[in-house]
Design a binder for this molecule. Structure first.
Ligand code: ADP
Ligand code: 5GP
Length: 188
């Protein structure tokens, strides 16, 4: 049976870094769920690989057709969501799905999929360190970083809604811990 792994965290906590590492483990047969978004591509991001980059009109039309399993206006005027067609695409190949979604999205997906899903909250060591990582990543404006840091404070209060919490302080330790949790869920 296909299973679902949900990774959520405040932006900048290291979700993408940890997910890339986890996906190198072939034994887990994990395929990344590519979300749709109305934000602009940044850096080397590729349409169809990192996100399906949609216009606001396209995104709203998918909402009207009930095409999303889950969607959120993660930041004001900025939509993100998972298309049902994306889940069909991955499940039809017999793979497990890994989601990188915001905290609200993670809680909603867990409610939807129940025992079929493992939800993991990635916690940054502190809000100050989170800000430092976002600044060092160098992909967002100062204004964007402030928005993300402000949101992080409320998001951290919701970690109890997840099946487990992994603190991403030392990367290798967090990676080992996450690999153990996910392997246990998928392979047992
Ligand atoms: P997210 O996907 O949660 O927004 P990223 O994976 O992009 O976060 O990580 C944010 C930044 O922090 C990146 O520049 C990444 O290289 C760095 N980073 C990730 N984990 C750690 C860690 N344990 N220690 C220091 N820097 C980290
Ligand atoms: P970013 O702009 O940094 O790529 O993503 C911003 C936030 O949106 C991250 O927390 C990311 O996990 C979240 N996100 C990405 N795709 C989805 C999705 O399909 N649904 C929800 N709810 N959040 C998403």
């Amino acid at each position: 049976m296909n299973k679902i792994v949900i990774i959520s965290a405040p932006s900048g906590s290291g979700k993408s870094t940890l997910i890339s590492k986890l996906m190198q483990n072939d034994e887990l047969s994990l395929e990344f769920s590519v979300s749709a978004t109305t934000r602009q591509p940044r850096g080397q991001e590729v349409n169809g690989k990192d996100y399906y980059f949609l216009s606001q009109a396209e995104f709203l039309s998918h909402i009207a057709c009930d095409d999303f399993v889950e969607y959120e206006q993660v930041y004001e005027g900025r939509y993100y969501g998972t298309l049902r067609s994306e889940l069909d695409r991955i499940f039809s190949k017999g793979n497990n799905i890994i989601f990188d979604v915001d905290v609200e999205g993670g809680i909603n997906l867990k409610q939807k999929f129940g025992e079929k899903a493992l939800s993991v909250f990635i916690q940054p060591p502190s809000v100050e360190e989170l800000r430092r990582r976002l600044v060092n990543r160098g992909t967002d404006s100062d204004e964007e970083i402030e928005k993300r840091v402000q949101k992080a404070t409320t998001e951290m209060q919701r970690k109890g809604m997840f099946d487990c919490v992994v603190v991403n302080d030392e990367l290798k330790k967090a990676n080992d811990e996450l690999t153990a949790l996910v392997s246990d869920f998928l392979l047992k």
